[in-house]
Design a protein around this ligand. Structure first.
Ligand code: NDP
Length: 454
């Protein structure tokens, strides 16, 4: 380490990307400090992926109790205790916070508690004390964005749902992305009267159209009320605490809560970007090159803050690349193609590679293989739920360029498919792979006849 600095690396932000980068740098002998003012683990551990997935498991039980009857089980009507779930979830989050603390201690990363503000290209101020480093990494993540409408101060964001004192009787969720559809499924399963209001006509923009069409059908079957082409104009809090929502078509609705799931914006408030003139896009995302370097050579940024795919595994992979590039001279850039993702709706959505629309733009000729069926489980459960799977193939090379699924456990299934696609698997390889029987996943290797072909 250069003698003129306190540290080799100061990381601001103790979420997935920041913790991973600190640990990797420190375990390779660098002197590292991590600045964080809240619990370690960031959005994913505290108010995102982890507690959300625990809620998804809980939500699934509502269906499982029902489904078990066709398999010979009978139970008294089960009841749900929100406080038990909420508090057990919080205990697990605290356990993970401690693990993160221990991981940092093990490799001698110094944790500086407080908010870090850039003072200059090599200095971070925390609680009026200055710390210097040869390099600084910004990894402060993102926070929920709430549109500016009258009464929006009465709205909840996803962070709040994890700590509600009581479940509402009735909620309206605004948005049609990951968080809106996941929380609609969760809250509906907990017995909350749930309305999902989206400004467009098809949920989950960016996903394959076949999936987008089918997910709303499944959500509506479960009792979620979907409003499309619908914008809330204002929210009024009434004397009894209830909210009155006015819609752009002149209608109004009452609800106990309104949840805005309308995207996330970069967490750059009080980060001191102006002190060092770091370049940002109009929406506040920090501009970086392939090596995560900002326009200030000693300052880097990664994860949600840079406006790419806001996914934990992406931030983790970026952190590994950042350390490899800065300290080990590696030149490989991160491969952002074919990043698999799942939306933990009931049933799950999972996807890897291109949508049909994207594949049509990119390739001259494609073949599409689709399968839609009722899974074996639902032959006895009686549940009216369809599984849908789709494979997109570049005809010229026979390579599988997109796989999409709506169905139970698709989040688990798509990981293996993503490995095959990363390895460049052709449709012939899919076809020659022996299925695991009887599973839903085997359908990915038994779709022989194209449903459409250019
Ligand atoms: P998304 O970007 O996924 O969705 C935002 C939604 O809000 C879109 O439907 C968008 O509509 C709508 N919207 C945006 N602005 C307005 C507005 N002014 N008025 C009305 N509607 C609006 O964001 P989320 O908040 O759902 O999630 C943030 C990110 O977090 C995700 O993109 C994802 O990267 C990550 N995430 C990942 C999860 C996972 O991996 N399972 C789970 C949860 C979050 P339109 O489509 O028309 O723009």
């Amino acid at each position: 380490m250069s003698k003129s600095f306190d540290y080799d690396l100061i990381v601001i932000g103790g979420g997935s990307g920041g913790v991973r980068a600190s640990r990797m740098a420190a375990s390779h002998g660098k002197k590292v400090a991590l600045v964080e003012h809240q619990a370690l683990g960031g959005t994913c551990v505290n108010v995102g992926c982890v507690p959300k997935k625990l809620f998804v498991y809980s939500a699934h039980f509502a269906e499982d109790f029902d489904d078990s009857k066709g398999f010979g089980w009978s139970t008294d009507k089960p009841s749900f205790n929100w406080h038990t779930l909420r508090d057990n979830k919080t205990s697990e989050v605290h356990r993970l916070n401690n693990i993160y603390n221990n991981l940092l201690e093990t490799v001698d990363v110094q944790l500086i508690k407080g908010r870090g503000t850039l003072q200059n290209a090599h200095t971070v101020r925390v609680d009026n004390k200055d710390y210097t480093a040869a390099h600084i990494l910004l990894a402060t993540g993102s926070r929920p964005f709430i549109p500016d409408i009258p009464g929006s101060e009465h709205a909840l964001v996803s962070d709040d749902i994890f700590y509600l004192d009581e479940l509402p009787e009735k909620i309206v969720i605004i948005g049609g992305g990951y968080i809106a559809v996941e929380f609609a499924c969760i809250l509906n399963s907990f017995g909350v009267d749930t309305t999902l209001a989206y400004r467009g006509d098809m949920l989950l923009r960016g996903f394959d159209t076949d999936i987008r069409q089918r997910i709303s059908t499944e959500l509506i079957k479960k009792g979620i009320k979907c409003r499309f082409n619908s914008n809330v104009k204002s929210v009024d809090k009434q004397g009894n605490g209830q909210l009155c929502l006015s819609w752009d078509n002149g209608e109004s609705s009452k609800a106990d809560h309104i949840l805005f799931a309308t995207g996330r914006i970069s967490n750059t408030t009080n980060l001191g970007l102006n002190n060092v003139n770091i370049s940002t896009k109009n929406n506040g995302d920090i501009i970086v090159g392939d090596d995560y370097q900002t326009n200030i050579p000693s300052i880097y940024a990664l994860g949600d803050l840079t406006g790419g795919k806001k996914l934990t595994p992406v931030a983790l992979a970026e952190a590994m690349h950042f350390v490899d590039q800065l300290y080990h001279g590696k030149k490989e850039k991160m491969d952002y193609s074919s990043i698999p993702t799942a939306v933990f709706t009931l049933p799950n959505i999972a996807t890897v590679g291109l949508t049909e629309e994207e594949a049509r733009d990119k390739y001259t000729e494609i073949s599409i293989f689709k399968s839609e069926f009722k899974s074996l489980k639902h032959a006895l459960s009686g549940r009216d739920e369809k599984t849908f799977m789709k494979i997109i193939v570049d005809k010229k090379t026979d390579k599988v360029v997109g796989c999409h699924m709506l169905g139970n456990d698709s989040g688990e299934i798509i990981q293996g498919i993503a490995i095959a696609m990363k390895a460049g698997a052709t449709k012939a390889i899919f076809d020659s792979t022996v299925g695991v029987h009887p599973t839903t996943a085997e359908e990915f290797v038994t779709m022989r006849v194209a449903t459409s072909s250019d």
